[in-house]
Design a binder for this molecule. Structure first.
Ligand SMILES: [Zn+2]
Length: 287
């Protein structure tokens, strides 16, 4: 860890300025409420309709129609997953990690929503179950399922280590999307975006606020479950970092597959539900 030396002298009222109490940035109490009772009844009697295995150090895509559930399941050993989500009818609308973080928290769990990019800005998916919700935050400030980091990628790796590694999550997601859509890699790469780090345990160091990772607490049988609020194309990479307890962007760590399961709710369970619309902002930007 490095602590940067200050070269600028603090002003006389520095202590006063620093003592101002923080406030939550957005009026999050005004967000559409998480209707736990609705999602709980919708979960009852769900039926699995599809299953996709994500091989270690690789990625796989999956479709989830609006109103279906999907689970990401740990099966053989502790493994972190990097998740991308798109509106399957329009790839320009995709998961907005930054706004999700601002509206909820650095780490997401049951009751939180994954929001889409502007100008859509609507819930793409709602987290309806999380077997790791007991974790909360540990003594280091670490939590599970972060939206503060992003995918490991071959560019940063090349900058730091001077080598080409082709199974970073960024490349895995790019290859999987290109295969699914029949797109050139160069086109698919531009659709790959900041991820939700499923099962990953991360935080910011208390002293220097640097991004850290530690071995994931996930164990086989754990899963996180989402309700698809719109038609979704998902893409999940089983990170080459495995449980992300030691390294990533290399073949050094034991890695395991991840399982994605898609579930259909029973007849009538969604009678009171409507897929959310895109933002109602006029889009004129004052012009
Ligand atoms: Zn990764």
């Amino acid at each position: 860890m490095t602590t940067k030396a200050h070269t600028i002298k603090a002003p006389a009222d520095a202590d006063q300025r620093k003592a101002i109490k923080p406030m939550i940035c957005y009026a999050v109490n005004d967000l559409p409420p998480f209707d736990a009772a609705f999602y709980e009844q919708a979960r009852e009697g769900i039926q699995m309709v599809d299953e996709v295995v994500v091989p270690p150090r690789d990625a796989a895509t999956f479709d989830v129609p609006a109103g279906h559930f999907f689970r990401i399941v740990s099966t053989e050993g502790p493994q972190v997953g990097d998740l991308n989500l798109w509106n399957s009818d329009d790839l320009n609308e995709r998961f907005f990690s930054g706004k999700t973080r601002q509206l909820h928290a650095t780490h997401v769990t049951r009751g939180d929503r994954l929001w889409s990019t502007l100008p859509g800005l609507r819930p793409m998916a709602t987290i309806t179950h999380d077997t790791l919700e007991w974790y909360g935050f540990d003594e280091f400030g670490g939590g599970v399922h972060d939206v503060i980091g992003t995918r490991c990628d071959p560019y940063t790796n090349h900058m730091l280590k001077g080598v080409d590694y082709h199974h970073c999550c960024h490349s895995n997601l790019t290859r999987a999307l290109a295969n699914t859509k029949g797109m050139p890699l160069t086109e698919a790469e531009l659709h790959v975006h900041d991820v939700m780090n499923v099962f990953m345990c991360t935080g910011f160091t208390r002293d220097t606020q640097q991004y850290f990772m530690k071995a994931s607490p996930v164990r086989p049988g754990d899963f996180i479950e989402f309700f698809a609020e719109i038609n979704l194309l998902g893409n999940l990479s089983a990170c080459p970092g495995g449980d992300c307890g030691s390294s990533h962007s290399d073949d050094a760590t034991q890695c395991y597959p991840l399982l994605v399961q898609i579930f259909k709710p029973k007849e009538g369970a969604l009678d009171s539900w409507r897929s959310p619309s895109r933002s109602a902002y006029s889009g004129t930007h004052g012009v």
